[in-house]
Design a protein around this ligand. Sequence first.
Ligand code: F6P
Length: 325
Amino acid sequence: MTKIRTIGVLTSGGDAPGMNAAIRAVTRAGIYNGFNIKGIYRGYDGLIKGEVKPFTTEDVSGIINRGGTILKTARSKDFMTPEGKLKAYETCVREEIDALVVIGGNGSLTGARDFGMEFDFPCIGLPGTIDNDLYGTDSTIGYDTTMNTIMVCVDRIRDTANSHERIFFVEVMGRDAGFLAQNSAIASGAEAAIIPEDMTDVDQLAQFMGRGIRKSKKSCIVIVSESPKCGALYYADRVKKEFPEFDVRVSILGHLQRGGTPSAHDRILASRTGVGAIEALRQGQRNIMVGVRNNEVVYVPFSECIRTDKPFDKKLITVLDELSI
Ligand code: F6P
C-alpha cells in the first residue's frame, strides 16, 4: 500500500452549508497530522482538468462561518465516463495526490466509490448534502441549517397566511427524500406535510382536507416535498379545483434553502467528520464515509451508505398529525 503523504479534498454535487467547515477540518487536521493538503476546485470536473492548489492552514481561515463552498462545486458528467476517470487519476499522479476526501451527497460518494475501486485509490467520503438521505449517519452536513432556514421562512409565511386566511403550499427541497419536509413541518407547526415516503397508498391531500382542518383553522400551511409530478403547484391546483371556496397560494422556497451561515450543529458535524476522515486515512481505511451515529463518529462502507435507503421514521408522521389538530 502506498504511503499517504498528500491528500486532495473536493466538494461535489449541490452545495450545503457546513461544507466550508468540513474543508477547514480536513485541511487543518491533515496538516496537524503531517500530511500535505491540496484543494481541488469545481469537484470532479476540476480533478479532471487539474484545478489543484496546495492548501495551508491560512487558506481555510475565516471560512467556518461561511455558507457555500470555497472550493466551488459541480455535478460532473465527464467523471462518469472511463476517459474522465482516467484523466482524474492522471491528475492525482501528476499532483502526487495519494488519497481523496470527497464532501458531497449520494452521487458524489458513488463517484468516489467507483474511482476508488477502479484505480485502487484510497477515497474517504463526508456526508455533505442538505437532503439528509445518506444511510449510516444521523444527519448530513447542511441538513440542520436548511431545516432552520425553512422554519424561519415558514414562520414569515404564516404571518401573511393568517392575515389573509389562506392555505399555503410551501415547496421545499429534498430530492427524493422527505426528511426536510417532514421535520421542518414539525418545527414550524405546519398543518401537514406531503412527502415521498408516504405517497404510496393514500392520497395525502384528500386525507388532509378530509380532516376538516379548515373547520377549526382559518389558515393553514402544508409543506410539500419537491417533485416534478406533484409538487406544491400540483396540490394547489387540485385544491383550487376541488375546493374552490378556499383561497390558495404557493411558495416555492428554491435555492435560498441552500445558502446562509451554517448552524452550530452543522459546523460541529463537519469538524468531527473532517477530523474523522484524516484519522480514517491514518488507520489505513478506504472507501468509507465518515458519519456520526448516536453521537459517535462511525465509518460506513460506501457500499452500505450509497445502496441502502436511509430509513424514514414513520412516527414523525404521527407527531405532525397529532399536533396539527
Ligand atoms: O441534492 C441537493 C439539492 O438541493 C436537492 O434537494 C435538489 O433537488 C437539488 O439539489 C437541486 O439541484 P440544482 O442546484 O442543480 O437545481
